[in-house]
Design a protein around this ligand. Structure first.
Ligand code: 3PG
Length: 218
């Protein structure tokens, strides 16, 4: 698949998701239950971070057991992790920031990719590789809505998935921006809810997030 086709596919995956929960799990059971709760709440796609030892195994397990969920591997920091995520069946890849080595490797990966960046120069470097859909991270800390509005003029071809510091209270404002294809965040899946097995809370928060997408996007 060409990079143009992959970037279009990344855009359509993210647009269909609207809100992408950023999920970090500590066990396979947690992965299964949190994904099920998110799906039941109405969010069909997740970013599963590779921040815990069980993450890669969880990714492969979820792809086998819950084929209805679209799963992006997140916090992909190295070429090795990129390859392992593809082998585990990831539907797409997300990076929090992107080294030159990773940008080249991701440009060749035969899978939709949402590379991360935090500034106009970093975004332009990714665009030079052919990417047109990028994660803006950490979105709130680097300027939030003002930054996103500021990027819309000069980087008119670029679509963003802002993530970092967004919550239920600000989600609709972010999602309403014309250059925002999707927003990411962990507010639907905070660590303590997962640790205590509070799946009802995940389901309710996911349902509220899905309602925000519906309200903003129609
Ligand atoms: C990420 O990796 O994208 C962030 O951890 C999500 O940011 P948040 O926890 O501030 O929502």
């Amino acid at each position: 698949m060409s990079i143009q086709a992959r970037t279009q596919k990344a855009e359509s995956l993210l647009r269909a998701a609207g809100i992408l929960p950023v999920v970090t799990v500590n066990s396979l059971d947690e992965a299964r239950k949190v994904s099920q709760a998110l799906l039941e709440g109405g969010l069909p796609a997740i970013e599963l971070t590779l921040r815990t030892p069980v993450a890669m195994e969880a990714l492969a397990m979820l792809k086998r057991e819950l084929p209805d969920i679209v799963i992006g591997a997140g916090t992909v920091l190295t070429v090795e992790q990129m390859q392992q995520s593809i082998d585990a069946g990831a539907d797409f890849l997300v990076t929090p920031g992107t080294t030159a080595e990773m940008a080249s490797a991701l440009a060749q990966a035969d899978i939709p990719v949402v590379p991360g960046a935090a500034s106009p120069t970093e975004l332009l470097t990714l665009m030079a590789h052919g990417f047109r859909v990028c994660k803006l991270f950490p979105a709130n800390a680097v300027g939030g809505l003002a930054m996103i509005k500021g990027l819309a003029g000069p980087l008119a071809e670029l679509k963003l998935c802002p993530t970092g510091g967004i919550g239920e209270d600000t989600a609709a404002d972010y999602l309403s921006q014309p250059n925002v294809v999707c927003i990411g965040g962990s507010w639907m899946v905070p660590k303590d809810w997962l640790a205590k097995g509070e799946w009802d809370k995940v389901r309710d928060s996911s349902a509220k997030a899905a309602a925000i997408v519906k309200r903003v996007r129609g």
